[in-house]
Design a protein around this ligand. Structure first.
Ligand code: PAF
Length: 280
């Protein structure tokens, strides 16, 4: 596995691979790799000839008071995991490589970024869209792979790729979960034992909703009210529970095909998100 720190070297390599008709597949991450990220690598390996995994804790997608400083950065372990999983290029740029001195350019996907997490994390998706655009231009991939756990992010990036005419396939990979159902996330490491137990209420209530819809429930209001009730706990603060159209992310009062349930809660200081499709 080749380690690349410079954006210029990464871009030259990407252009060379392109001229050789080699398909490079990008897996963008912020590091603290877990099985969920490694499943993205497995998918990437199916899609092309070479895999580049980027590790960059992007400062512009963190708001004031969020966890940018304390975000885990186990770089050596990440490197080992990436290598063991067959990553070809480990792109680990410094902030000054991604945001050169005097940088003034941002990318915004307006409507899709507004609600859900966007309403609770102002500027977050602008930071994501900007860094992903930069990574696309630096790495020139044939395809890029993202987890469905960050479902709004995935829709924002699909829109961005379409709107900016990037010839890049955007591939979503279903969420990987612990045995007990908790979605894998680098932020799970912040939870203490009790909070880890309490956090399980989130996947459990989403799974309840999936069953309720299968058994005929069609009112989003009923689903949301029951989940809010089930999530009552002194350690939980609900940011949102929403049933939305899976592409436009518009709220759906009635469940229809293409409905998706998205939720964000805080357990103590830790923000957790999760989502599942609701199939009639
Ligand atoms: O999902 C993430 O890890 C990040 O938001 C991403 C896509 C790597 C952009 O920083």
């Amino acid at each position: 596995m080749k380690i690349i720190e410079s954006s210029q070297n990464m871009q030259s390599l990407a252009l060379e691979l392109k001229s050789l008709k080699q398909k490079l597949i990008l897996v963008p991450t912020m590091g603290a790799l877990h099985e969920g990220h490694l499943a993205l690598v497995d998918q990437a390996k199916q899609l092309g000839d070479k895999v580049v995994l980027s590790v960059f804790v992007n400062p512009t997608q963190f708001g004031a008071g969020e966890d940018f400083e304390k975000y885990p950065r186990p770089l050596e372990k990440d490197q080992e995991l990436a290598q063991a999983r067959g990553v070809d290029y480990f792109f680990v740029p410094k902030a000054s490589e991604v945001y050169p001195a005097g940088d003034q350019t941002v990318v915004m996907v307006t409507e899709l970024s507004r609600g859900l997490c966007g309403a609770f994390r102002p500027g977050h998706f602008r930071g994501v869209a900007t860094v992903v655009t930069k990574l696309f231009l630096i790495c020139q991939p044939h395809a890029a792979v993202f987890g469905e756990k960050d479902y709004q992010q995935l829709q924002v990036i699909k829109r961005l790729a379409q709107d900016l005419h990037f010839p890049i396939k955007i591939i979503g990979v279903p969420t990987l979960r612990e045995k007990d159902g908790l979605a894998l996330s680098s932020r799970n490491a912040y939870l203490n034992t009790l909070q880890r137990q309490i956090a399980l209420k989130l996947p459990q209530s989403l799974q309840w909703a999936v069953r309720a819809v299968q058994q005929g429930e069609q009112e989003s209001r009923v689903i949301k009210e029951k989940i809010i009730q089930d999530l009552q706990d002194p350690q939980i603060k609900i940011d949102y529970i929403e049933v939305v159209d899976s592409e436009t992310l518009e709220p759906l009062p009635k469940i229809k095909a293409q409905a998706r349930l998205l939720a964000a809660i805080r357990v103590g200081e830790t923000r957790l998100i999760d989502n599942l499709p609701l199939k009639l």
